[in-house]
Design a protein around this ligand. Structure first.
Ligand code: PNW
Length: 503
């Protein structure tokens, strides 16, 4: 009896403090005022939603698919996933694409961004085996989208490296460049008659940083300042070669576009000063690391080259930890993007750390910066995600100014919660970020697509099914895994219908 009373009291305390967090949190601003004259999105502006293969497909070992490193990782390390879950089945999109299609039709999206599982179509990672059933699945997806007037947009690589290639080094083995180029060419050949939007890589910073520096994502390598830099370098070269292959062999008759996806934040000075130098440094270390070489100079940003060379010397190394891009490679890399795809979620405060913080070596240490969040910003369920819509507007303007107003696609933007159908916070976030996009367009930014992450709740990497980003909820306990619209889904459709952000 005592224990029951105690449990009851404890529950009350917990629910009380949760209610406090929630009401206090929702009182925080998550909005952005309209700027400029136009209140309508341009006629040819497209709205879509995104997913990725490992997060939604399931069928991890069916019909000839070989494991990716996310399959082996979740099987071997359940303790690393918040709810000890895996993506073995997830929302079963491999078997339930018709249900996904119904969602997309109901949302009235203009396009659908999904990713192809490399080891589902090429189980050996190379082109020695082309898995018919895997290819048939994506052909079915693409054809049904087109029949319904929904443009397919493909991500070639969304974290799920084939395990067979991971075993011999993954993105630290420079053979990955040849393997990725062959994979990309195979995709152009097989699907390029119908795919006009190709994204080579999703979120290189997250992938290389968590996989090869922090060691919190597979392949669990802890090698900050070395492993992550090599990963980024091989990934950049893989991207550039895949781009060149398209231009040389496929573009003349397929006429599509190829770009890369980067996840920037904007940075605001903690000391309130207005000089741009620190903000620029922070952005170069993040967005500029890959966008600089591709959309600007063909080489890494000079601030990065200098800092890392200096520190490497102090550490007694004969060469910089940052790989060198020679002139042959520079020519391949420079200009290797028809558009820049941006996943924007949140922003940070930035300050110079004196002395520099972080492990020696590490990106944190090399960059000499320290980032933080503001208590005044509204927080999502994910601890890294705060609502800072102004950051999206500012990032878009920075891209406009630094990269010659390259075409920008927002390929992800979204909010996490517990998955409730009544989700006013997601609506606030969506509304404010759409406003940021419209403000940026009114200010001359060349943004042509907005994509919400995600179409439906799915496997959120190390957070399993505990953080939900969907416009639709999925009944995970029923046999048919029905998808149900949240209130935010209707709001998004109202924007797509009216091309305005309704109050
Ligand atoms: C994206 N950040 O990753 C991924 O592409 C999705 O697969 C994922 O489900 C989604 O975000 C939600 O986490 C990001 O810290 C993770 O700014 C973190 C950040 C950005 C993108």
């Amino acid at each position: 009896m005592k224990a029951q009373i105690f449990a009851f009291l404890w529950a009350c305390i917990l629910c009380g403090s949760f209610a406090d967090f929630n009401s206090e949190n929702s009182a925080k601003p998550c909005e952005l005022a309209h700027k400029g004259e136009n209140i309508e999105f341009p006629k040819d502006f497209s709205f879509g939603v995104a997913t990725s293969a490992y997060q939604i497909e399931g069928a991890w070992n069916e019909d000839g698919k070989a494991p990716s490193m996310w399959d082996t990782y979740t099987h071997e390390h359940p303790e690393r996933i918040s709810d000890h879950s895996t993506g073995d089945d997830t929302v079963e999109s491999y078997h339930r694409f018709d249900q996904d299609l119904a969602v997309l039709k109901e949302l009235k999206v203009n396009f659908y961004r999904f990713s192809i599982s490399w080891s589902r179509v090429l189980p050996n990672a190379d082109t020695s085996v082309k898995n018919r059933k895997g290819i048939d699945y994506y052909n079915m997806v693409i054809d049904k989208l087109l029949q319904n007037n929904i443009k397919p947009m493909v991500t070639m690589f969304h974290y799920d490296m084939p395990e067979s290639f991971n075993e011999f080094g993954g993105f630290t083995n420079s053979s990955v460049i040849d393997y990725f180029e062959a994979y990309a060419s195979f995709l152009y050949e097989t699907f390029g008659d119908r795919i006009k939007w190709w994204i080579t890589f999703n979120d290189p910073y997250v992938f290389c940083g968590m996989g090869y520096a922090e060691g919190t994502f597979p392949p669990l390598v802890h090698s900050p300042g070395v492993g992550d830099y090599i990963c980024m370098d091989n990934l950049l070269r893989s991207h550039a070669r895949a781009y060149r292959s398209y231009k040389e062999k496929y573009y003349s008759y397929q006429r599509g576009k190829v770009g890369i996806n980067i996840n920037p934040a904007f940075f605001y000075r903690k000391d309130g000063q207005t000089s741009d130098e620190l903000v620029d440094r922070a952005l170069q270390y993040q967005l500029g690391w890959l966008a600089g070489p591709i959309y600007n100079t063909g080489n890494y940003p000079s601030v990065i080259i200098q800092d890392i060379a200096e520190n490497s010397k102090i550490e007694g190394l004969s060469e910089s930890r940052l790989p060198v891009i020679n002139s042959t490679w520079s020519d391949i890399i420079k200009g290797s993007g028809d558009f820049l795809a941006v996943n924007y979620y949140t922003s940070h405060y930035v300050e110079i750390a004196t002395p520099p913080e972080g492990e020696v070596p590490s990106k944190e240490y090399d960059s000499k910066i320290k980032v933080s969040m503001d208590d005044k910003w509204r927080r999502a369920k994910s601890e890294w995600l705060y609502c800072v819509p102004q950051g999206l507007e500012d990032v878009l303007k920075w891209i406009r100014d630094k990269y010659n107003n390259v075409e920008v696609l927002i390929t992800e933007n979204g909010w996490s919660d517990d998955g409730q159908l009544d989700d006013p916070q997601r609506i606030d976030y969506l509304r404010a970020h759409l406003q940021a996009v419209l403000n940026a367009i009114n200010d001359g930014c060349n943004v042509t697509h907005y994509t919400h992450w995600s179409a439906m709740d799915n496997f959120e990497w190390n957070k399993g099914y505990t953080e939900k980003f969907g416009l639709y909820s999925v009944n995970m306990t029923s046999e048919n895994k029905e998808r149900f619209p949240k209130k935010s889904a209707a709001f998004y459709t109202s924007v797509i219908d009216s091309r305005r952000i309704l109050r």
